[in-house]
Design a protein around this ligand. Sequence first.
Ligand code: SAM
Ligand code: DTB
Ligand code: SF4
Length: 339
Amino acid sequence: MSALQQSVSHSSFFSVNDFPIRHDWKSEEVSALFALPFPELMFKAQSAHRSYFDPTKIQVATLLSIKSGGCPEDCAYCPQSARHDQKIAANKLMAVEEVLERARAARAEGATRFCMGAAWRSPKAHDLETVCAMIEGVKALGLETCVTLGMLDQGQAQRLKVAGLDYYNHNLDTSEAHYEKIISTRTYQDRLDTLAFIRDAGIKVCCGGILGMGEETSDRASMITTLANLPKHPESVPINLLIRVKGTPLEEAEPIRPLDFVKTVAVTRITMPASYIRLAAGRTDMGEEMQALCYLAGVNSIFLGERLLTCPNPEKSQDLTLFKQLGLSIAPKETSITA
Ligand code: SAM
Ligand code: DTB
Ligand code: SF4
């Protein structure tokens, strides 16, 4: 038993040996998890969660949009695309010192990871250098760094590693089959290539998707199977609930049923037991009960702070009140066996 496991004081009937890290998931097997009776699914997910983590500890990250709007891509969910009606106004890349000021404030509020997002198809060379200066400055404050800048080539991934980047966020967003209904300006394979460059450069991977974009259960199973069968599981898996932003092609999308969302979290937890699962966008449309069920199903990370990139997030005080009600607390850095 590792020192970390010995230090975990929560009760668990299971150990990591009961939930080995696997990369050979069959899509029928993942679909069968979705079909389990809800109590069985939740028991399995909680058992997996407790084998690797203290279920009372929630990692918190802060998100900052360092360059908003004017994006040339056509992602149907995104208010930052220049191709949709009522788009977000395009602005310039923030100055390094302004970003560091925001990072200092986030650190003072208890964040351990600072994530910076830019509405780009892929970064231009001079912009990448500015982002590298931001990464160096944020790291010097003692925070973990994460950026999401769009597609990368091998050299760009290596440059970010040299700057000291900890995590890169790049989502698959949905299944390969459903993908063509959502984005036409880059392919699923483009995304997988970027993920491979990030991994090969030695940067930790943050990769997940969005639920509620008109996909079927089989699409959710397929996306999870692809993620779980990557050569290494993403260290962070953000599960976003679609924010149906006015003026985007998905503004009228049929919402996912709340329990189907919870089930998807549970299947993600079972198949990638050692990864952080982040309940990312869309929490302003969830009640406390749904968020509590997500924590029970294996969520152990959220964005804290009243803004995501361009959309609202719950008030910090609201999240802390819910934590108190549920007996949850903010996790210190690096509490998983693999992260
Ligand atoms: N431009 C970069 C890219 O696409 O990789 C980085 C920023 S992009 C906004 C990051 C992620 O935010 C997307 O991959 C998507 O999963 C999520 N996202 C964007 N708009 C969303 C929405 N309306 N609802 C939920 N998630 C959303
Ligand atoms: C992720 O999967 N979700 C975050 C983060 N990665 C960068 C972004 C959510 C964005 C929600 C829409 C907005 O605020 O513009
Ligand atoms: Fe651009 Fe990223 Fe939004 Fe797609 S998700 S339109 S790439 S900012």
